[in-house]
Design a binder for this molecule. Structure first.
Ligand code: KIV
Length: 273
């Protein structure tokens, strides 16, 4: 086995992600919420699996990420953890499970780690949640930050438009990224901000910046699995590259199955006992 193959099979850790940034190796990250798809994602060689609170949208059909509960996130995380052998698994702390105070944040993060066996949590926000981030990290739980468009604050923003186009917000984002690094976060997701700003932030910190709608000048990319595989057909922002059209493939297969049942073509003798 070559050194490269061995390296590709090695378990991904938070430390390894930082080494990847140092080497200039880009980090691949994708969401997954269930055992079967997490197994496919892990075996494909994804570096990080995010059990995102986007499960609220794509799994539960909610309009925002706000309704999903801690119990529901733990359920998804447990299923993913049974499948992920190589990828680092990061779980979103859902809305309402950490904004109260740092004690609540720690209790929620501990529940995720204890009950799902996941390896890290993700929290949205900068200076506003600094105390909570710090307390969770002090307990030995790795934290991934999330800045820029933070969907749990959609009711404050009022739109899903690009964030930090204005100087004041761009400045705050830069300061927040530095702060999260100082607090000990191992990586930060930056969502939907101008590519130039995201690249500047990536160059200013030593931890990986994983972008979504943040251009190519960052250390890695994350997408929502249902969006990039074409299962969620109503959603097509500019940053989304569709790698497959599974929605269409499923539709064709399902229609064929219905037709075969109606015409008694299925099951055949060979498919019967
Ligand atoms: O919940 C999620 O899927 C996310 C990604 C969009 C980064 O937070």
């Amino acid at each position: 086995m070559s050194t490269n193959t061995q390296d590709n099979q090695r378990k991904v850790t938070t430390r390894r992600l930082i080494e990847m940034k140092q080497r200039g190796e880009k980090i691949s990250m994708l969401t997954a919420y269930d055992y079967t798809s997490a197994k496919i994602v892990d075996q494909a060689g994804m570096d990080v699996i995010l059990v995102g609170d986007s499960a609220s949208n794509v799994m539960a059909g909610n309009v925002t990420t706000l309704p999903i509960t801690l119990d529901q996130m733990i359920y998804h995380a447990k299923s993913v953890m049974k499948a992920a052998k190589r990828a680092l698994v990061v779980v979103d702390l859902p809305f309402g499970s950490y904004q109260g105070d740092s004690k609540e944040a720690l209790a929620s993060a501990i529940r995720i780690m204890k009950e799902s066996h996941a390896e890290a949590v993700k929290m949205e926000g900068g200076a506003e949640i600094a105390e909570s981030v710090s307390r969770v990290i002090s307990a030995g739980i790795p934290v991934m930050g999330h800045l820029g468009l933070t969907p749990q604050s959609i009711n404050k923003f009022g739109t899903y438009n690009v964030r930090a186009r204005e100087e004041a917000e761009a400045q705050k984002l830069k300061e927040d990224a530095k702060l999260l690094e100082e607090l000990g976060c191992f990586a930060i997701v930056i969502e939907k901000v101008p590519a130039k700003l995201a690249a500047e932030v990536a160059a200013s910190v030593n931890i990986p910046i994983i972008g979504i709608g943040a251009g190519g000048g960052v250390d890695g990319q994350v997408l929502v699995m249902h969006d990039m595989l074409g299962l969620n057909q109503g959603f097509s922002p500019r940053f989304l590259r569709r790698y497959a059209n599974l929605g269409e493939i499923m539709d064709e297969a399902l229609k064929q199955y219905i037709a075969d049942v109606k015409s008694s073509d299925f099951p055949s003798e060979a498919e019967s006992y």
